[in-house]
Design a protein around this ligand. Structure first.
Ligand code: APR
Length: 237
């Protein structure tokens, strides 16, 4: 089995009922990201930010993994030391589908962080600005989610896996946000084949060798079956 790095975005969880950001009716058509997904927005109105993430946490809790999450977990189980699942998503649907060691570069809804001392812990379902940090007791708690203007998590590990990749696959992401949108070029420069699985062509579609269009719940299981059958899995379909 090849070394495969798989980057997922909101499109992976769209069919589980979790919103994407930039599609029609996407989250950024309903909220101003400057208010709910930046450190400045949090400083201005922490209650609004907690309300936004409390609602997303509740949606996530009532959602279920779809066939695409299940297929990626199945692929990882078949070759855990060959498959690296990197996600921009903050939901835990890959974990609930049985995936392990998912690299959440934008953080996780299930985690909380103290803006005062940096302590992290499992987030309660509902958070409020007055919640005291379990470590330092300061009322400075925030969702452990990476906001615009902040540095994503696990970048060293992601860089290392891209250098070793034989195949880089992007699933359900529009290619609008860096550094994730640049991974395809990083992987190709290191000699990897590249494939995009998406509902519509992303803004970086032209950088991929292979493209398959369709809903993730259909095209991801089909692709995983091909790879598990021993095909290199990087042709167009
Ligand atoms: N199957 C496959 N792809 C889908 C589906 C589906 N059912 N539904 C939507 N998509 C695709 C869309 O075509 C689009 O290309 O998913 C992508 C969603 O794009 P965005 O809404 O921009 O989400 P994403 O790329 O994950 O955003 C990246 O931006 O706002 C920040 O931190 C946030 O992690 C997020 C980052």
């Amino acid at each position: 089995m090849q070394n495969i790095v798989i980057l997922t975005g909101a499109g992976l969880s769209a069919e589980s009922g979790l919103g994407t950001f930039r599609d029609k009716d996407g989250l950024w058509t309903k909220y101003d990201l400057n208010d709910v997904a930046t450190p400045e927005g949090f400083a201005r109105n922490p209650a609004l930010v907690h309300e936004f993430y409390n609602a997303r946490r509740a949606n996530c809790l009532s959602a279920s993994p779809n066939a695409a999450h299940d297929a990626l977990a199945r692929l990882q189980r078949a070759a855990p030391d060959r498959i690296c699942l990197v996600t921009q998503n903050v939901d835990d649907l890959l974990e609930r589908a049985g995936a392990r060691d998912v690299v959440h570069m934008h953080g996780q809804l299930t985690r909380a962080l103290c803006a005062g001392c940096g302590h992290g812990w499992d987030a309660p379902q509902v958070m409020a600005p007055t919640d005291p940090c379990p470590a330092c007791a300061r009322p400075a708690t925030r969702p452990d989610v990476v906001w615009f203007g902040e540095y994503p998590y696990h970048m060293d590990r992601i860089d290392r896996t891209l250098m070793r990749a034989d195949l880089f696959v992007a699933i359900g992401t529009s290619g609008n946000v860096y550094p994730a949108a640049g991974f395809v070029q990083q992987a190709a420069a290191a000699g990897a084949a590249t494939l995009e699985l998406n509902l519509d062509p992303s803004t970086t579609a032209g950088l991929f060798e292979g493209t398959r269009l369709g809903p993730a719940s259909r095209i991801v299981p089909a692709w995983v079956d091909e790879v598990l059958a021993g095909n290199d899995g990087c042709q167009d379909r």
